[in-house]
Design a protein around this ligand. Structure first.
Ligand code: ADP
Ligand code: ADP
Length: 228
């Protein structure tokens, strides 16, 4: 599903590489945690998968896409296959819960009758039935992240990237959000989650990819957070 061959990446503004000599494969349907200190390269890895940056050297594959060779006009297709959620939710504040999700379908030209059917289904799926007409500023943090997840999965992407999705949430709410991600994963979506939350990593026992200074220093199946 995801494959990186000898990937290195150096930002122009920076003297040392953000990622170095990365070789990595994640299979379809896996759930993998990305751990490591701030600045170790986790977000850069996500940006390469989305073609928001390109590697200085090496090859990046996501599903059927050879990402580093992908033509510009195909990039929107790639991004439709890769859903994203972030620590700060990034909801459209002027739109209701339902409209935040509907917007993701409108921009790819889905028919209104499809949107009317699918939006309530996906809100139900993430545990937000009854909140469709709320505005983002009326929601708890956990609810905002559920909206973000609904929006990210409504097109049934192959991959879901979650960049510290529980970073702004209390422990109990964090567990609920990970439960939602786990359900999305069990439905077949590959999930990559960057996190600093050792309790979540240790409770889940999924693949652990540990980064340090741009190097992949650990790739454990059913791993734990570690001693760090
Ligand atoms: P993480 O997500 O693990 O915190 P990042 O991928 O954001 O790590 O950062 C990896 C390295 O790249 C760090 O040294 C960071 O300072 C650097 N970096 C990240 N984004 C940029 C940028 N836009 N320009 C220059 N350097 C950057
Ligand atoms: P599970 O196996 O977790 O029960 P299902 O795939 O059976 O999940 O989906 C349960 C319900 O949620 C169905 O009504 C389905 O249409 C809806 N649903 C699940 N995922 C999505 C999605 N990404 N977009 C829209 N609706 C979804």
């Amino acid at each position: 599903m995801i494959k990186l061959e000898n990937v290195s990446m150096k930002y122009k503004a920076s003297s040392r590489p953000a990622l170095s000599g990365l070789n990595l494969e994640v299979d379809k349907g896996e759930f993998a945690f990305l751990i490591g200190p701030s600045g170790s390269g986790k977000s850069t890895f996500f940006r390469l998968l989305l073609k928001e940056d390109k590697p200085t050297t090496g090859e990046v594959f996501v599903g059927e896409y050879h990402v580093n060779r992908l033509k510009a006009r195909m990039v929107p297709r790639l991004r439709q296959s890769v859903g994203c959620v972030f620590q700060d939710f990034r909801l459209l504040q002027q739109k209701s819960v339902a409209d935040n999700v509907a917007f993701a379908l409108e921009v790819i030209g889905k028919q209104p009758q499809v949107i009317r059917k699918v939006v309530p289904e996906v809100l139900d799926y993430v545990g937000l039935s009854g909140k469709a007409d709320r505005m983002p500023n009326e929601l708890s943090g956990g609810e905002m992240q559920r909206v973000a997840i609904a929006r990210a999965i409504v097109n049934r992407p192959l991959v879901l990237l979650a960049d510290e999705p529980t970073g702004n949430l209390d422990p109990e709410t964090s567990e609920e959000i990970v439960d939602v991600l786990d359900r999305v994963n069990r439905r077949g979506t590959t999930v990559l989650m960057a996190t600093h939350d050792r309790h979540i990593v240790d409770a889940m026992r999924r693949r652990v990819l540990e980064f340090d200074s741009g190097h992949l220093v650990r790739n454990d199946e059913r791993g734990v957070y570690g001693i760090g």
